[in-house]
Design a protein around this ligand. Structure first.
Ligand SMILES: Cc1cc2nc3c(=O)[nH]c(=O)nc-3n(C[C@H](O)[C@H](O)[C@H](O)COP(=O)(O)O)c2cc1C
Length: 158
């Protein structure tokens, strides 16, 4: 019998992660973005990453139809961005600085690092879909990361 969801959340919340904003620009030119911690590296050769997106997220149907996406890995000072992109807002991008890279997806200004990719696999994952993307471009800064742990944000100073 599977464990209950409270136990699942509590246990998995012990696994420290970074925080990202996954973005895509749909065929109509509308930008979409949401906070995602389920992001990781998949393959080195060729370089591939994955994001796991809930079926009920607004970004989900967008990524079923189109392939280009970007992942902005947030820096320590970007907790307000993490909160903003996890809230129900009409325009999450309002007042948020961003540029566009080679995929056309928004890249959040001030991010610790950015990865741009093209979705090449879509795997079922319960109430989520796992989108595997081939990495087309990536860049990083020397800032400190924003962390997520046991339902709260944290920092990792070096
Ligand atoms: C720190 C953090 C990490 C999150 N990680 C994920 C994730 O990996 N996948 C996911 O589907 N939702 C994740 N969420 C929830 C979504 O950001 C949130 O439900 C968002 O509102 C969904 O977008 P929508 O409102 O446009 O549908 C996370 C939220 C937070 C605060």
């Amino acid at each position: 019998m599977p464990i209950d969801s409270a136990t699942f959340r509590s246990v998995l919340g012990r696994f420290v992660s970074g925080v990202t904003v996954v973005t895509a620009c749909d065929a109509g030119g509308v930008d979409h973005g949401m906070t995602v911690s389920a992001f990781c590296s998949v393959s080195l050769e060729p370089p591939m990453v994955l994001v796991s997106i809930a079926h009920d997220a607004a970004l989900h149907p967008v990524l079923l139809k189109q392939d280009e996406l970007a992942v902005s890995i947030l820096s320590a000072s970007q907790e307000p961005i993490a909160r903003r992109f996890a809230e129900k807002l009409d325009n999450r991008f309002g007042g948020v600085g961003f540029t566009r890279g080679i995929t056309g997806a928004p890249l959040i200004e001030g991010a610790l690092a950015v990865v741009e990719g093209r979705v090449i696999h879509r795997h079922p994952g319960g109430d989520h879909t796992i989108f595997v993307a081939e990495v087309l471009a990536a860049s990083a800064t020397m800032d400190e990361p924003l962390l997520y742990y046991r339902g709260g944000y944290g920092h990792l100073p070096r």
